[in-house]
Structure formats: structure tokens, C-alpha cells
Design a protein around this ligand. Structure first.
Ligand code: AMP
Length: 294
């Protein structure tokens, strides 16, 4: 595996070969590695980008406390079979303060967009820069960030990027909690509160499988589990998978998304639901997550 820090050097290394890109902010875990698996199926060369993008953080303290460990990430990425680890410094990504931003109307506005002003503009801008600078044939994103996936898909179409967008299922710990770099900030009590998010989502998916279609009823099931767990609910919304607009009932591919606070840690999760009652709840790890590996 080569570690590369500049766009021209990465393009030189690729030599025009079709590559699949896995964009990440590092502190790698199994969720990221499942994206690598999808990327390996899509192309012979896998580029993982690792960049903690200041533009997408709405709270300075969140950016500050975001876990970082390049040596650890290098070892994990190499073991996973990543060919190029693209780890640009801030100056490579934003040589001078940027004056051009990508804003995806509509898809970006509810849920995460409403609670994290500027977040999706930061995401869309950095993903556009990665597409322009690395010119991948495909790029893989996690369903864990379902609204982000919808934003990226829409941006790719609207800006005519010749990049195939692929999605990978949400990877969960054995207790159901979606694996996230932010989980390293949870203590024992926090973890059991955090498990309320997935418990609520699974309860709603079971209700949908049993015939429930109403958004209010599905959302209420999630809210109830979160209340029992002691986490603080921020929002729970049934949304259209492509437009991320709120739905009154489950009548097309949708995701039921939730955000909640456990102490200072903000967590998001979702399940994908279809009107025939089927669901994508993600996959579960059998053993402890890599996040235990410091
Ligand atoms: P991040 O490093 O948190 O920006 O995430 C980078 C990519 O990994 C995004 O496409 C995320 O959706 C994806 N991702 C993060 N956590 C998970 C997870 N638990 N399961 C699947 N994909 C994930």
C-alpha cells in the first residue's frame, strides 16, 4: 500500500486505471472496511481517502475531539488490501480558504441538514474535490449515513461526475450499536443508552414487517425505546431514500433515521425500509470492534 499526500501524485500512481474510492475521516473500523470490500468488487485498485474535513463540522469541539491516529489507520488499511491511502494535509485539500462550495438543495435540508448547519455543504464540497482530484470510476458510501448517500448521489448526477456511487450496509456491534469512530467516547453506561437507537429502529422494522405503514407510528416506536434507554432524542424521521424528504407513510424505498445524544456524544443511525415490509438492518460483528484496538 502506498501512502500519498497530493492529488497529482495520486493520479500519477493510478496512471488512468479505473479505481474505486472509499472516502473516510479515518480512525478506521469495520464499517469502513465493509466499504473496502465493496470497492474491491468494483475495481482492481482501491483508493481510501483519509481526511478530517473541517468544512463539514458545525461544532468546533466536535472537530477538535474527532479521534485521529494515522499509524493505526495505515496498518488497518494495508491489512484490508487498500492500494493507495490518500491522506492529504489541510493545505493540499484547501490551498487557500475556499470560495466555491457545493450545495445540494432539498436533499440536504431536513434531518442532519436542519440540525447541523453547513454540514452537507462541507460533505458535498469535499466529495466533489475528491472526485475531481482523483477521478475514480466508482465511490463507496455507507448506508449508516443514509442522507449523506442521497446527497452524494444527487450531486453526482447534477454535476455529471462520471462516478458510479455504490452503497454498503451498516455494520453494527454485537449489541446492535452502529459502529462509529465517535463510539470511542462512550463509557459503559453510555453504550447501553446508545443501544436504544438500534433497539428502537429494529422495533419499528418489526412493526413495518407486520404491516405498519404510518410514519407517526413507526417514529413513535423509535422515540419510545430511546426514552427508555435514557438517551436524548434529537429527531426521528421516515424519509424517502432518494430525496430525503419526510414521508407520511411507507410507500416507496425509505429510511427511518434517528439522531440522539448520549452525554456529549451525538449518534445517528437508520434502517432502510420497503413497502413490502422488508428491511435492511445492516450486518452484525461477532466479536469486539477494531475500535477497541488503540
Ligand atoms: P466517516 O469516516 O465517519 O466519515 O465515514 C466514512 C464512510 O464510512 C461513510 O460513507 C460512512 O457512511 C461509512 N460508515 C461509517 N460507519 C459505518 C458503519 N457502521 N457501517 C457502514 N458504513 C459506515
Amino acid at each position: 500500500m502506498k501512502v500519498i499526500e497530493s492529488f497529482p501524485a495520486a493520479r500519477f500512481e493510478l496512471g488512468g486505471a479505473p479505481a474505486a474510492l472509499v472516502p473516510t475521516m479515518g480512525f478506521l473500523h469495520e464499517g469502513h472496511l465493509s466499504l473496502v470490500d465493496v470497492a474491491q468488487e468494483a475495481a482492481d485498485t482501491v483508493v481510501m481517502s483519509l481526511f478530517v474535513n473541517p468544512l463539514q463540522f458545525d461544532r468546533p469541539e466536535d472537530l477538535e475531539s474527532y479521534p485521529r491516529d494515522l499509524d493505526r489507520d495505515e496498518a488497518i488499511a494495508a491489512e484490508a488490501g487498500v492500494d493507495i491511502l490518500f491522506a492529504p494535509a489541510l493545505e493540499e485539500m484547501y490551498a487557500s480558504p475556499p470560495r466555491t462550495f457545493v450545495r445540494v438543495d432539498g436533499v440536504s435540508e431536513g434531518m442532519e441538514g436542519a440540525h447541523r448547519p453547513g454540514h452537507f455543504e462541507g460533505v458535498a464540497t469535499v466529495v466533489a474535490k475528491l472526485f475531481a482530484g482523483l477521478r475514480p470510476a466508482a465511490a463507496v458510501f455507507g448506508r449508516k449515513d443514509a442522507q449523506q448517500l442521497a446527497v452524494v448521489r444527487r450531486m453526482t448526477v447534477d454535476l455529471s461526475f462520471p462516478v458510479e456511487i455504490l452503497a454498503a450496509p451498516t455494520v453494527r456491534d454485537s449489541d446492535g450499536l452502529a459502529v462509529s469512530s465517535r463510539n470511542v467516547h462512550l463509557d459503559g453506561a453510555g453504550r447501553s443508552q446508545a443501544a436504544g437507537l438500534s433497539r428502537g429502529l429494529f422495533a419499528a422494522a418489526a412493526a413495518a414487517a407486520a404491516g405498519e405503514r404510518g410514519a407517526d407510528a413507526l417514529e413513535a416506536l423509535v422515540a419510545a425505546e430511546i426514552e427508555v434507554s435514557g438517551a436524548r432524542l434529537e429527531y426521528v424521521t421516515l424519509a424517502d431514500a432518494a430525496t430525503a424528504q419526510p414521508l407520511a407513510s411507507l410507500d416507496g424505498e425509505a429510511f427511518l433515521a434517528v439522531a440522539a445524544h448520549v452525554g456529549d456524544v451525538r449518534l445517528i443511525d437508520n434502517v432502510v425500509l420497503w413497502p413490502d415490509g422488508s428491511a435492511d438492518l445492516g450486518t452484525r460483528l461477532e466479536g469486539p470492534s477494531l475500535l477497541g484496538r488503540s
